[in-house]
Design a protein around this ligand. Structure first.
Ligand SMILES: [Zn+2]
Length: 255
């Protein structure tokens, strides 16, 4: 029986029957895989390493229909994030994007590395919106969709007095070209620098900068729309946080 050893992060756990789980592992070597964890809901030995947000060295073997978990050494757990609804929701949002981006083994390894650094930044108390927005922009670069940021994406002018971001052209645009494009937003120098920083940095530096609240909002809006356009998908997990904060605000009004 050939064993497969791979480092991976549990990005989903699904209960099956009364005793088993199916894990989705994002791995360093074999991409994103489903793994059957037999007895993981009953036996504490079998449940070891099967919790979502666990990073470990997993030992698997090939069953008739699926990979089967044989053992695990836990290397890190980010499950403490579950104690904080806001951070856990951001983690779930990043995991959803990472899962969509993990298209092949090589991309998956880079996505996993970015995700581990992002979760670590969340764990260390970094601003969650900055972490998830930076994660999103870097993820787009890893997937082969880096926005064009070294000149105007349309006329290639390098000196940009005012900077716009074009979603259809995928990059910065000058003021003249912005007038001819109908999907541009003006951005500040601070927001442009944030995008440049993320694209030019390696982990963990991707998450190592600060932004004013206005620039962070703009950076976040651009990152979210950029991935939604590229993946043709609306990511809704963060909307839940907005609904909660609005509900709390209205409850406060009625006190
Ligand atoms: Zn231009």
């Amino acid at each position: 029986m050939a064993l497969i050893r791979t480092k991976g992060l549990v990005i989903r756990e699904t209960y099956v029957g009364e005793a088993d789980k199916i894990l989705t592992l994002l791995t360093e070597d074999i991409g994103k895989v489903s793994v059957s964890a037999r007895g993981a809901r009953k036996n504490s030995r079998n449940s070891y390493g099967t919790q979502i947000l666990t990073y470990g060295q997993y030992i698997l073997f090939k069953g008739r229909n699926s990979l089967i978990l044989d053992g695990c050494d836990i290397l890190a757990s980010f499950y403490d994030l579950a104690n904080d609804l806001e951070r856990f929701t951001y983690a779930a949002h990043m995991i959803e994007m990472a899962s969509d981006a993990a298209s092949d083994d090589q991309t998956s390894a880079r996505v996993l590395n970015l995700l581990l650094h992002g979760l670590n930044a969340l764990n260390k108390g970094r601003e969650p919106l900055l972490v998830s927005s930076s994660f999103t922009m870097k993820l787009m670069q890893i997937c082969g969709y880096p926005p064009h940021v070294t000149s105007c994406v349309s006329c290639h002018e390098k000196e940009l007095d005012r900077i716009y971001f074009s979603f259809s052209k995928c990059g910065f645009a000058c003021e003249n070209c912005a007038k001819t494009l109908n999907d541009v937003v003006p951005i500040t120098t601070g927001t442009a620098k944030a995008i440049l920083h993320v694209l030019c940095s390696d982990n963990p530096g991707v998450f190592g900068f600060n932004l004013s609240p206005e620039n962070l909002k703009s950076f976040s809006d651009i990152s979210n729309r950029y991935i939604a356009d590229r993946f043709d998908k609306k990511y809704g997990k963060l909307d839940y946080l907005k609904e909660i904060s609005q509900a709390a605000y209205h409850m406060g009004e009625n006190l």
